[in-house]
Design a binder for this molecule. Structure first.
Ligand code: NAD
Ligand code: UDP
Length: 321
């Protein structure tokens, strides 16, 4: 039987590269697409020799053409870290809006099922905790994070519209903070920031008083949730994340313990509109997908720390702010 064909956008990034690995291991033909604006070809170079893998260097905010049939599309292209999307705000808005529109058009033309990577950021700075899918969010559209949050909210809206009005089969995953190997050590997100600082012998920078919370999900758990959602028949948003919530201050202390560094926690100003709390309500994922996270933070952090330590020295030393 011919292999199923799947297009993965954002394939050279953190999550996209893990999705490529997963679908290759399930014997799909993977068509990877990325313009490398925040990604790195090293994340997928091990796949280039495979006959069921191909790569297109392309900006999906411009017209997307893929020859041949397509069964599935996973749209993961988008800057994802606050320092990335603050540096390239217009590209961020475009890839969530125009990029999603282009890919929905492609899905419609090819009769492909499309899953989009949405985010817990659609809940903004939430005034309920944990956040269920029914919560509509508390987002500042004109604040600095608005370029990401509103692009993702538009992305969900246009995806539902294509589902409702054009009958395109769509899936929406709302991803909560995820970590693991292949994150960029200098992407500014709290986990690579803290581990990078510990490895380089710098103090760990806690933004604000560190009382804000996050809930960190290990990448393998997330990929399993996405895989199950794609093959489910549920078209509405589903939260995927690990409900184990922790304050950023406690998280910094955990990283100090894990790395054995002598450095200390130092405070820095809290970025504008930084969400105060974030924890997924995963009732739907449990009921619809039979999914829940399996990897504890202690296990996941150990694997991720080993990965970061194994990187070449020039990558560990390179920080751009
Ligand atoms: P990442 O920056 O590592 O990967 C994103 C990839 O998309 C990069 O390889 C980048 O080069 C590519 N890209 C960006 N704009 C593009 C464009 N116009 N055309 C083609 N490629 C483009 O980020 P990530 O953490 O892997 O995030 C992947 C997706 O998951 C994003 O859509 C993000 O919003 C979503 N997400 C991630 C998290 C998380 O915790 N990692 C949480 C919520 C949502
Ligand atoms: N943060 C921090 N120190 C850093 C980087 C981030 O204290 O060096 C905080 C940040 O203010 C936020 C939390 O850690 O409250 C998570 O930030 P991240 O950028 O990882 O993700 P997001 O805010 O998008 O959840």
């Amino acid at each position: 039987m011919a292999r199923k064909r799947i297009l993965i956008t954002g394939a050279a990034g953190f999550l996209g590269s893990h999705l490529c690995d997963r679908f290759i291991s399930e014997d799909f033909h993977v068509i990877a697409m990325d313009n490398l604006i925040t990604g790195d070809l090293r994340n997928i170079e091990h796949l280039f020799k495979l006959e069921n893998f191909e790569f297109y260097n392309h900006d999906v905010s411009t017209f997307v053409h893929v020859p041949g049939e397509l069964d599935y599309i996973l749209h993961f292209a988008s800057p994802a870290s606050p320092i990335d999307y603050l540096k390239i705000p217009i590209q961020t808005l475009k890839v969530g809006s125009l990029g999603t529109h282009n890919l929905l058009g492609l899905a419609r033309a090819k009769h492909a099922r499309m899953l989009i990577a949405s985010t817990s950021e659609v809940y903004g700075d939430p005034n309920c905790n944990p956040q269920p899918e029914e919560y509509w969010g508390n987002v500042n559209p004109v604040g600095p994070r608005g370029v990401y949050d509103e692009a993702k909210r538009f992305q969900e809206a246009i995806t539902m519209a294509y589902h409702t009005f054009h009958g395109v089969e769509t899936r929406i995953v709302r991803i909560f903070n995820t970590y693991g190997p292949r994150m960029r050590l200098n992407d500014g997100r709290v986990l690579p920031a803290f581990i990078g600082q510990a490895i380089r012998g710098e103090d760990l920078t806690v933004f604000g008083d560190g009382s804000q919370t996050r809930s960190f999900c290990y990448v393998d758990d997330l990929i399993e949730g996405i895989y199950r959602l794609l093959f489910s028949d549920y078209p509405y948003p589903v939260n995927i994340g690990n409900p184990d919530e922790i304050t950023i201050l406690e998280f910094g202390e955990e990283i100090i313990k894990l790395t054995g560094t002598d450095q200390k926690l130092v405070t820095r100003p809290l970025p504008t509109d930084d969400p105060k709390q974030r924890r997924p309500d995963i009732t739907k994922a449990r009921e619809i997908l039979g999914w829940e996270p399996k990897v504890s933070r202690a296990e996941g952090l150990k694997i991720t720390y080993e990965y970061f330590k194994s990187l070449p020295k020039d990558i560990i030393e390179k920080i751009e702010h």
